[in-house]
Write a protein that binds this ligand. Structure first.
Ligand code: SF4
Length: 210
């Protein structure tokens, strides 16, 4: 159809007027279909139901920050398939912030069939970047633990101070710093704190301020 300039303006005006009429409630109402009371309510199919149908529920605490919101993890075949806020948790009563609500994505994502798979973005190996290097090397855990222990010992041996400038006993090493993790539980954080105190490390912190 050939649309002249006049026709185009007329058609545009008609479309705008129609939209406005719908917004103002002038559009014809959709017929309401009442359910037939004699018909049984259809059972939801497995496709309609949650992926949580066969999952067990594990109560846990969000690992992102010190607020400590409660989460329910749905686990199937040893794998978390979904996470949501725990409505019975006294701290958060079911609410989660955007980080906590996205916690599932720290480890998993869904494939095209909706199955939970370990996220390919998850770091599962020790990666080491040497001083001045631009590339990461894959290392094994034995190497990493030995290397960390060696560097801590060398630094502590070189910088440990028994007394300060005023001659007071301090027994500390100021050239090491340590940071904990909200992924650790209370007991692990207790051990972490004991360890840094025993090492004389005074620069220590934790993202949850424990
Ligand atoms: S990160 Fe968000 S959901 Fe997790 S504990 Fe902190 S406030 Fe709660």
């Amino acid at each position: 159809m050939k649309v002249s300039r006049r026709n185009f303006l007329w058609l545009s005006g008609a479309v705008v007027a129609g939209s406005l009429a719908a917004k103002l409630g002038c559009a014809p109402e959709e017929p309401v279909v009442e359910p037939d009371p004699d018909e049984p309510t259809p059972e939801p199919s497995i496709e309609d139901d949650f992926r949580l149908e066969f999952a067990s529920t594990v109560s846990n605490v969000c690992s992102f920050c010190g607020v400590g919101c409660g989460v329910l993890c749905y686990v199937e075949d040893g794998k978390i398939v979904s996470v949501e806020g725990d409505p019975d948790h006294p701290v958060s009563e079911g609410a989660l912030c955007s980080k906590g609500a996205a916690m599932f994505q720290k480890y998993y994502e869904y494939d095209e069939k909706g199955n939970a798979i370990v996220s390919p973005q998850r770091v599962t190996e020790v990666l080491y970047r040497a001083p001045g290097a631009s590339d990461w090397e894959v290392k094994d855990w034995d190497w990493a633990i030995q290397e960390i222990a060696r560097r801590i010992k060398d630094t502590r041996d070189a910088d440990f101070k028994e007394t300060n400038d005023a001659g007071q006993t301090v027994n500390r090493c100021e050239s090491l710093a340590w940071i904990g993790s909200a992924k650790c539980n209370n007991e692990e954080n207790y051990l972490y704190r004991k360890f840094v105190a025993a090492m004389g490390i005074v620069n220590n912190d934790h993202c949850a301020r424990l």
